[in-house]
Write a protein that binds this ligand. Sequence first.
Ligand code: AMP
Length: 397
Amino acid sequence: MLNKKSVDDINVKGLKVLVRCDFNVPMVDGKITDENRLVAALPTIKKLIADGGKIILCSHMGKPKGEPKPELSLAPVAARLSELLGQEVKFAADATVVGENAKAAVEAMKDGEVVLLENTRYRKEETKNGEEFSKELASLCDVFVNDAFGTAHRAHCSNVGVTEYVDTAAVGYLMQKEIDFLGNAVNNPERPFVAILGGSKVSSKISVIENLLEKVDTLIIGGGMAYTFAKALGGNVGNSLLEEDYCEYALNMLKKAEEKGVKLLLPKDNVIADDFSNDANTKIVATGEIPEGWEGLDIGPETAKLYAETVKTAKTVVWNGPMGCFEMPNFAAGTEAVAKALAETDAVTIIGGGDSAAAVNQLGYGDKMTHISTGGGASLEFLEGKELPGVAAANDK
Ligand code: AMP
């Protein structure tokens, strides 16, 4: 069980605290178009202010590829954060991130004040976890706090390298929440534990399937990856998404599930289309009976019903990946049915980032879920059972 030191376990009174946040917000013409990530960061920042720390915030935004790009400056974030916090967030506009402005601003800070550094990816070394930039970041602070789960599966200077040069590295509330929910759901679930996996490819979810087969009572498979299973079982899948190379693997997984006593559910029927388009002609056919020239783009109604009923029996549900091409309304019914079942159950429901999180939010079920992970790649690696560098780098309690 992960037991990391959090902002509740440290005393920052009078200390300089560098906080790695996820301020990677979408921007159009210098305006923030979705401020959810800023709002989500406030509890940790407010806690550190209330405790009398000197708060130095840092984050990446977009992909400036190691050089200053004015359109990816964090200046607008400082302005909006000032409004949200109701106190000034001083922006240190250094092209080198830790430059003269940052040093002077930090030097002048009083307890409870907040400074924001420039986009950490203005520096080439950031994504390479280079020593020099890690040391420069560490030189600004006494204590480090990581609250950026979205980058926790990467070892960069601002979330991993820096921790080597500070005495204390703790996690913030957002990070703690992700560790608690994802960690508990996977390693200490209330049973029955049902996992639902969808999305496009078996190949990208192999490690997740393998890890979850060790943990769950039922594994539900949907989305494009189901057709590789159908083909492996001797069915016709027409032009559906297929990874021939993974048919044998699919059979091995079915065998493994049987040996472990895990129920592995595959679609019984599918919505098929004669073109990859929302306007295509559609039919519902049994799995393995897709004619040439047609492709499966969603689970069928009978499958949706079965999956929804299975969700109802669970005490813990983890979901990653849509059941079909939900971006096209005519192939969204399966994903919607699963989302609705999760919204209606009293079970602990965890949505593992990316497309499933987007689908749940789009459908208006976001507030009905126990936890929606903020990190697509990071939550997938968590579900794979991997140790995330950004989590591992924080001190244990
Ligand atoms: P992933 O990133 O692997 O979770 O895949 C998400 C993508 O899988 C979404 O963009 C879906 O449109 C796509 N997808 C889901 N089901 C299918 C399918 N039956 N055929 C093709 N793509 C699919």
